[in-house]
Design a protein around this ligand. Structure first.
Ligand code: MTE
Ligand code: MO
Length: 304
């Protein structure tokens, strides 16, 4: 859902009340059929097999106290306790590589240049838990189009900030820092793929990846890299942190797939945070209608 036009928004200006009011206003508008970005509607419309209507959004408390952000510790409570030390201003994101117009964007520019939309997405962690989170963000495709990828650009690589002064966890060699992730160009350009700058009608809390993080809802949560400082369009499939750490456990694609088990556990079911019985995990996390076409003819057991 479109919340505000890019021209109206000042970064310092997103407050819970503002966005909340704008969201109400937008709902009224959208009922009249106006202002709805077609891709946003596609993502929000419940289709058979994607029963978002039976799924409650998780609470803000659940989404901000049960996190994975290893730069701030490995326990689920660590990011909420320790991510306060992350300084999210000033902040900029370098967009470079196989592009005609490389550019460093300040966070202020990023908050302004594309329409912000609310996207209610399922998030499925590879560990077997899931949540439903109302993100606020904009299409990654909008940013990539602005820098004009060249014909050689086949993949997009992302990097998180790597600063031991602000991030106590990067002193430990749990992963090869900075945290790195990557997407194939068509995955990066897909309308479901967003850069998120907020959630629950407010700016992004530090533990959720402030000031800007990726959200790719049909892939395991670890693809959704937090606190991004660099985006590079590249020719070859980029190295990614979890794949480097354990290539037999975490593939480059990491599409949610109940039929492809992790070597150490089944991926057939998941525990939705806040629920008691387990849910069946859905192929592509329930987004198969929108994304299965990206993988036509690919052996998903090989390209896991
Ligand atoms: N930089 C960075 N990004 C990261 C992680 C991380 O440790 N560091 N964890 C990932 C994992 S495993 C998951 S499940 C999601 C969790 O996002 P959330 O805490 O906002 O729910 O963030 C992903 N992004
Ligand atoms: Mo995860």
């Amino acid at each position: 859902m479109l919340i505000r036009k890019p021209a109206d928004i000042e970064p310092s200006e997103i407050t819970p009340k503002d966005v909340y009011l704008n969201r109400r206003q937008f709902m009224v508008t959208s009922a009249g059929g106006l202002l709805v970005a077609a891709d946003a509607m596609a993502a929000l419309t419940a289709k058979p097999g994607t029963p978002l209507k039976d799924e409650k959004t998780n609470s803000l408390k659940e989404a901000t106290t049960y996190n994975n952000y290893y730069e701030f510790g490995v326990d689920k409570e660590d990011p909420a306790k320790h991510a306060g030390s992350l300084k999210t201003r000033p902040w900029s994101v370098v967009v470079e590589g196989e592009v005609a117009k490389p550019k460093t964007f300040s966070i202020e520019e990023l908050l302004k240049f594309a329409p912000l939309e609310e996207r209610i997405y399922r998030m499925r962690c590879v560990e077997g838990w899931s949540m439903v989170i109302p993100w606020i963000g904009f299409s990654l495709a909008a940013l990539l189009k602005q820098v004009e990828p060249t014909g050689k650009g086949k993949y997009v690589a992302f990097e998180t900030l790597n600063d031991p002064k602000q991030m106590p966890g990067v002193k430990y060699p749990i992963l090869d820092w900075p945290y790195r992730e990557g997407l194939r160009m068509d995955e990066a350009m897909h309308p479901l793929t967003i850069l998120s700058v907020g959630m629950y009608g407010d700016v992004l809390p530090n533990q959720n990846g402030a000031p800007i993080r990726l959200v790719v809802p049909w892939k395991y949560g670890f693809k959704s890299i937090k606190s991004i400082v660099r985006i590079r369009v590249v020719e070859q499939q980029p190295k990614t942190s979890w794949n480097m750490a354990a290539p037999n456990e975490y593939g480059f694609y990491s599409n949610v797939n109940p039929k492809v088990d992790h070597p150490r556990w089944s991926q057939a079911t998941e525990r939705r945070i806040g629920e008691f019985s387990r849910r069946k995990t859905l192929l592509f996390n329930g987004y198969a209608d929108q994304v299965a076409g990206l993988y036509g003819g690919m052996d998903l057991l090989k390209y896991f």
